[in-house]
Each structure stands twice: as structure tokens, then as C-alpha cells.
Write a protein that binds this ligand. Structure first.
Ligand SMILES: [Zn+2]
Length: 347
């Protein structure tokens, strides 16, 4: 997975203030084609002067997708905004680039907003500092707390202060300040007024307390990074550092257990919205992924692809394996992210 400059990736016309320079992921043809059509031709797309880093798409009457470009060369993250009768619900906060509260105000007026994270990673939670209080699954709270640090964005810049992977104005990053992290259990319901509820559903794997969200009114399941079309990564060190509480859930086994539970409830939703790439997809994404989880658990040595990665932070090499997911891409895993509570030797 070598870095490559933008010249080697195919072009998508973008009005955003972020200017990508280097990609850290090999171009995924599915994502590229989908994203190009969406970003260049979708009729609901809007941009607002208050935040030149975001494109806003309207997927349902009261459901908006906020698209921002990744600042660190990885996949561009989605945020989702659901407008209820009295309150709105924001899923994820991006990297913290651009005025997010100002943008929400443009979309839904002054309605109060409940903010929740699928997980604590940079591209989903670093914009939390715009808000006073952010919800997450209780097992994700320790990891999210570890990001309460004014230096979390340092890795984005080189010695000269220029963005390593992307050019943007540093002054447009959210100012650091403490906010309240509120960890809640599986099944917790957020009331948006009347009987409009959003349910948090524990769906670990990508991180220890990764959460999905169910909007029963729109019949939509927001899958976070645990069921992306293309690549789903259940990768030890990238999921959470070794000593993170509940890290046994950064495993294919834990994802498999909870995914099976979600699929049993698939009479409650039709649309599946992952946090990267292709959205408004269906339950088949989840069932195909479950099938692949079962294959990996049955024999982790029977992988389809193998990748070696430099872990910049530790200086050590990490090996990742990929098992093909039907009609999607790969489930990526490592030796310490297959079974709960034990590391195995894959080769
Ligand atoms: Zn992500």
C-alpha cells in the first residue's frame, strides 16, 4: 500500500478548499466511479459559503449526507444529519476542518443537534471540538478520551507546516477545547421529538466500541466503517492501540457476533449507509460481509491477498490479510484481530 501522488489517481472535479496531493490508498475503482458520478452530477448537491470544505447531499426528505475530503490521504468520510421534529441528529464530525455548526445552521436552521460518533478515529471524531457534548458507545469512550489532545492534528503537517497529504488552511481547523464525552450502552435511544428515535447499535470490529445507528422512520441502518462497500478493515493496531480497554472487540469474531444480530433485525431497514464511499446500499452488503467473517474464522490462513505495511508510529512492519467479500471488496484483518482474546500465527 504505497503512497502515490494525485497525478496517478483519476480526477474528480471538486469545488472544495481541500486540495489533495498524495493518496495513501490504492484507488478503488468502485468508489471512484460512484464518487465521480455523485460529486459531479447529483442534483441535490449543495455547497455553502460558510464552509468551503463540505458538500451537502439530500438523500431523503430529512436526511443529509455531508461529504468532506480526507486530510490524511485515506478515504473521504461521510457525516450524516437527520432532522427530527424537534431535534436533529449528527452522525460523526469529520476531521474538524471548516465551520461545522455554521453549516448545520444553513441546512436545518437553529434546531438543536445531538452529536454522536460511530467511532473515535481521526476522520470521524476530530470535529467533536465544535460541540459541548458528544455521544458514543461506552466501549469507545476510553479511545475517544485519549484523543482529547490539542496535538491530534500534528501528524497532518510536515516540518514546514504544509499538509502532508492535502493542502488546506490550518486556520480553518476547529480550535481545541474540552467537551463532554458521553458513553452509552447498546440499544440506547436518542429522541428527536415525538416518537422519532435513533437507536445506537453496538457493531465493533473496526474499533472497540464502534457504533452503528438505526433510523427506523427512514428504514436506514448507518453502518459506520464496519461494512463499507470496497474495504472493511479490522486491523489490530489501526483499530486501537494495544493497551486500549475492550480491544478484544477489534476482531473479526466480535464483528461477526454483532453483525449476525443486526442481520436478524433486517426487517427494520432497507437502506444501508456506510461512512465511506458508496451509500444508500442494501442489507446484502451486511450478509455478504457476514459470510466472509465466517470464512476467516473458519480458516484465517485461507486469505486472498496479503499486504505489508510500515507502521510509522512504531517503526515496525505489520502484515495484513484480505478475504474477498462478494460484490464488494475485501475484509482486511491481522493476526491479532481474528479471534477475541488471542493472537494467532497466520504464516
Ligand atoms: Zn473512517
Amino acid at each position: 500500500m504505497a503512497e502515490q501522488d494525485t497525478g496517478r489517481q483519476r480526477f474528480i472535479n471538486s469545488p472544495l478548499k481541500t486540495k489533495k496531493r498524495v493518496y495513501r490508498e490504492v484507488e478503488n475503482p468502485l468508489w471512484w466511479a460512484y464518487t465521480k458520478i455523485l460529486r459531479e452530477h447529483d442534483k441535490t448537491k449543495k455547497t455553502y459559503a460558510v464552509n468551503p470544505y463540505a458538500e451537502v447531499y439530500q438523500f431523503r426528505t430529512n436526511l443529509f449526507g455531508i461529504y468532506t475530503e480526507s486530510l490524511d490521504g485515506m478515504g473521504d468520510p461521510w457525516m450524516f444529519l437527520i432532522e427530527g421534529p424537534e431535534k436533529a441528529f449528527l452522525i460523526d464530525t469529520g476531521f474538524g476542518i471548516g465551520n461545522l455548526p455554521g453549516l448545520l445552521k444553513e441546512i436545518i436552521g437553529g434546531k438543536p443537534v445531538i452529536v454522536a460518533n460511530t467511532h473515535a478515529h481521526f476522520d470521524h471524531a476530530y470535529g467533536n471540538f465544535w460541540f459541548d457534548k458528544v455521544y458514543c458507545h461506552e466501549y469507545e469512550a476510553p479511545l475517544l478520551t485519549s484523543k482529547m489532545d490539542p496535538h491530534i492534528w500534528d501528524y497532518l503537517f510536515d516540518e514546514t507546516g504544509r499538509g502532508r497529504w492535502c493542502d488546506f488552511d490550518k486556520a480553518d481547523l476547529v480550535p481545541f477545547r474540552k467537551y463532554e464525552i458521553c458513553g452509552v450502552p447498546d440499544g440506547y435511544k436518542f429522541n428527536l421529538g415525538g416518537d422519532y428515535e435513533i437507536e445506537l447499535i453496538f457493531l465493533p470490529g473496526h474499533s472497540p466500541g464502534h457504533a452503528a445507528f438505526l433510523d427506523r422512520q427512514n428504514r436506514i441502518f448507518f453502518a459506520g466503517d464496519d461494512a463499507c462497500v470496497g474495504t472493511t478493515g479490522i486491523m489490530g493496531i489501526f483499530g486501537a492501540p494495544e493497551d486500549t480497554p475492550y480491544r478484544e472487540h477489534v476482531t473479526v469474531e466480535s464483528l461477526r457476533n454483532e453483525l449476525a444480530r443486526v442481520i436478524k433485525r433486517s426487517n427494520e431497514f432497507d437502506g444501508v449507509f456506510p461512512s465511506h464511499g458508496i451509500v444508500d446500499t442494501g442489507v446484502i452488503v451486511l450478509s455478504n460481509l457476514l459470510e466472509t467473517c465466517d470464512k476467516v474464522l473458519e480458516n484465517p490462513k485461507n486469505y486472498d491477498i496479503r499486504n505489508e505495511n510500515d507502521i510509522g508510529l512504531t517503526g515496525s512492519k505489520s502484515v495484513f490479510y484480505g478475504k474477498m467479500v462478494s460484490m464488494s471488496g475485501y475484509l482486511i484483518y491481522s493476526a491479532n484481530s481474528v479471534y477475541m482474546g488471542r493472537k494467532i500465527a497466520i504464516e
